[in-house]
Design a protein around this ligand. Structure first.
Ligand code: BGC
Length: 383
């Protein structure tokens, strides 16, 4: 009896793996397009759903180029959404949190809403106290991008293009921007950013996805375990503008060189933590000379086993722990997004670089090609 049971179980396993193997062989990814509603101006907006051969799914809208949902497996293989967002374009039109969006022309803050370039001072809109945040009043998160599915090796890709006109939001130069999202068959969401200009300008593009690896609606992210490859961070003033100092993380709540729970020191009696209302700071990534892509951060969610690695060509990453979320915004499925219910890891050049000569330059010259790349890579950790 026992033998028979074992034999049947064994045959079952063999059959199942054969089926899985065959299944994997024939399965391929797909990209589909559906309606995501209309803007108040009556423009039809689309939602593109990229699915890889493992069934992992990234839904992206051409409104603001936002990642609307991202479904990745947990350690049991169950697919679950790991980003905050809205059910239709209306949510994105009203949004003040930049959920999942492409951020530009200048991601993060520019102090006093101005900078000088080639002897000219440019004045921008003040949309964050005295400063400019995430490109101004109508940043790249509030514009309609031209979208098209493009061929990609080992995955599904969506290309988004946008022409930011000379003077838009106060920035000089006609800036031609191209962003390519690729969902690879190895469960990575790769984002490539390209831009060219016809006048000297500044550019700093990023993506503002809010992650909760246990799923939106599962509470706060304080028990997520975070590692950041940074020995230094850029301390800020009351307006969250970097002071110019690169400060050692050693001995501060900003030391994530060893994996640590996000919440372990978020309430610390620390001047910088208080200024940010939690983490809202740029980390100076440790980079090896000549290395194009480096690991910037790794986040692990213990209950689901989901792991997300962030790889980038950028010199910095902003850790923002959703300190300004307060439960008043309702997202997909009507879920209220509470304080610290998600975190962002925005790969970038440092905030206020146009006014900080010691920071890596964000200047783009005519004839030069802006190109950066960031990869969010998903896997699971066994128990
Ligand atoms: C900023 C926060 C800001 C948030 C927008 C982050 O990148 O650093 O200060 O509130 O974006 O929701």
């Amino acid at each position: 009896m026992n033998h028979l049971l074992r034999w049947t179980t064994m045959m079952g396993i063999i059959l199942m793996s054969a089926m899985t193997f065959q299944g994997a062989g024939v399965k391929s990814g797909s990209t589909t397009k559906s309606s995501f509603g209309k803007t108040p101006e009556g423009e039809a907006i689309e939602l593109y759903t990229l699915t890889n051969k493992n069934g992992v799914e990234a839904a992206i809208t051409n409104y603001g180029g936002a990642v609307v949902s991202l479904k990745v497996p947990d350690r049991e293989g169950n697919l679950g959404d790991v980003v905050l967002g809205y059910d239709s374009v209306d949510g994105y039109v009203a949004d003040k949190n930049y959920f999942g969006a492409i951020i530009g022309r200048y991601g993060n803050r520019i102090g006093h809403a101005q900078f000088s370039l080639a002897g000219k001072t440019y004045t921008l809109a003040k949309n964050n106290g005295e400063n400019t945040l995430h490109g101004g009043v109508r940043g790249f998160n509030k514009v309609v991008w031209t979208a098209k599915a493009v061929p990609a090796k080992g995955g599904q890709a969506l290309e988004l293009t946008y022409l930011s006109k000379d003077g838009e939001e106060g920035f000089p130069g006609n800036l031609k921007v191209r962003v390519v999202y690729t969902l690879t068959d190895t469960n990575e969401l790769k984002i490539e950013y390209f831009a060219t200009t016809d006048k000297k300008t500044v550019v700093n593009l990023t993506n503002h996805s809010y992650f909760n690896l246990a799923g939106p609606g599962s509470g706060d992210i304080l028990r997520h375990i975070l590692m950041i490859e940074a020995d230094k961070f850029t301390p800020v003033d009351v307006g969250l503008i970097p002071t110019g100092e690169l400060r050692d993380v050693a001995g501060t709540p900003f030391d994530f060189r060893k994996p640590t729970a996000i919440g372990a020191r978020i309430g610390a009696d620390d001047e910088q933590i208080k200024l940010g209302g939690g983490y809202d700071h740029n980390f100076v990534l440790r980079r090896k000379a000549g290395e194009a892509m480096s690991l910037a951060a790794r986040v692990t969610e213990p209950t689901t086993g989901r792991v997300m690695e962030v790889w980038t060509t950028e010199p910095g990453v902003q850790l923002y722990t959703g300190n300004f979320l307060d439960g008043t915004v309702h997202g997909k499925g009507g879920i209220a997004y509470g304080k610290r219910s998600a975190f962002c890891l925005e790969t970038q050049h440092f905030p206020d670089s146009p006014n900080q000569p010691k920071f890596p330059s964000t200047v783009l010259d005519p004839g030069a090609q802006y190109h950066t790349e960031t990869v969010y890579k998903f896997s699971v950790e066994k128990r």
